[in-house]
Design a protein around this ligand. Structure first.
Ligand code: SAM
Length: 342
């Protein structure tokens, strides 16, 4: 099952990067970002290297702290984080009208948490696309363990140039993944190409909201922290996203920022000022323990050199995300459902 022990965190850290190269990978990764003197043009040109380094370095932390699905969720009062994550996935399946027998594509699938939930919920067969080899190896193992090894598969490829024929899929979804695209119109055009005419694409996008002021230094700092902590080239506005969906050729069926009416704020699990036993590892005490543990594991050489620095930029991300959420300048759940015309 999910690798969520401290030793799993230590051994998975660095993903497919050689253990003695983790430190220099962290340094190269940091240099892409504004907080370390980088700029968005360099991040866009080198998106593949930047994003792959990020997920090699961060995936075991995600599994340790968050679980198998690497996304936030709209959440009702009384609902646990895990329940809300599953419901967020079911919502996407229902909006897409998934039915048994449909051939579905998951764009930017992580280690396949959403895929396993959606495939079992809708009895569909899902192909999961990901450019990160380490995540694919984890996802393949987890699919096999739950018995989805034959009906669902992973393909290692870049979502900017997918290795699929035109008009292949009955439905496509992307959960908090296409925010990594260096050119979102190009990415949506690829999705449009592989989708059958008349069929739908649904996504949860990471966006800056209308409250974001590009001339406000605090807003810009928060945006830069989120980019650094999450391997992003340049976070787009909700309007830019919507325009891109239309430019790619889709017709919009519905669109909405689901964060706007989430009774429990999506960023609450990361908020250092609250306490939760069920997601203890995400609380400030839990994060302090993780930080100390990673430093110790690095010191005794059970975790590679550079591990504590990964933990540190992920902390920066958490702080940026909470601040961006509180100020309502950022959302990780700008939802849209779009159709490829017949
Ligand atoms: C935040 S994770 C979300 C993963 C998954 N959708 C989930 O919710 O668990 C973003 C994912 O997008 C993938 N990704 C980023 N850029 C990609 C690219 N150019 N081509 C394919 N996958 C990409 C990453 O490797 C990662 O798996």
């Amino acid at each position: 099952m999910s690798r969520s022990g401290a030793l799993d965190l230590a051994t998975g850290l660095g993903g497919k990067i050689k253990k003695n190269e983790v430190q220099s990978a962290v340094e190269q990764y940091e240099k892409y970002h504004v907080c370390f003197g980088g700029d968005d043009d360099t991040r866009k040109t080198n998106y593949s290297d930047m994003v792959n380094k990020y997920y090699d370095l961060a995936t075991s932390f995600y599994e340790y702290g968050w679980g198998e699905s690497f996304h936030f969720a709209h959440r009702w009062n009384g609902e646990s984080l895990r329940e809300s994550i599953k419901r967020h996935e079911h919502y996407l399946a229902l909006q897409l009208g998934l039915k048994p027998g449909m051939k579905v594509l998951d764009v930017g699938c992580g280690i396949g948490g959403p895929l396993r939930e959606i495939a079992r919920f809708s009895s569909t067969s899902i192909t999961a696309l990901n450019n990160n080899e380490y995540q694919i190896s984890r996802g393949t193992e987890l699919n096999r363990l739950v018995g989805l090894g034959d009906s669902c598969d992973f393909v290692k490829a870049d979502f900017m140039k997918m290795p699929f024929a035109d008009n292949t899929y009955d439905a496509v979804y992307a959960i908090e993944a296409t925010c990594h695209a260096p050119d979102v119109v190009g990415c949506y055009k690829e999705i449009y190409r592989v989708l059958k005419p008349g069929q739908c694409f649904a996504a949860y996008e990471w966006c800056m909201t209308d409250n974001f002021d590009p001339n406000n230094e605090t807003h810009q700092r928060i945006k830069a922290e989120i980019e650094l902590g999450n391997g992003l080239p340049d976070i787009r506005s909700t309007n830019q996203c919507l325009e891109a969906v239309k430019l790619a050729g889709f017709e919009i069926i519905s669109e909405k920022d689901l964060a706007a009416d989430s009774p429990v704020p999506w960023y609450l699990p990361l908020d250092g000022s609250r306490f939760s036993l069920t997601s203890f590892r995400l609380t400030s005490i839990g994060r302090f323990i993780t930080r100390t543990m990673v430093k110790t594991l690095e010191f005794v050489r059970l975790a590679p050199a550079g591990s504590a620095r990964v933990s540190s930029f992920l902390e920066t991300a958490a702080e940026g995300l909470v601040e961006g959420g509180r100020k309502e300048i950022f959302t990780p759940m700008y939802f849209f459902l779009a159709q490829k015309p017949l």
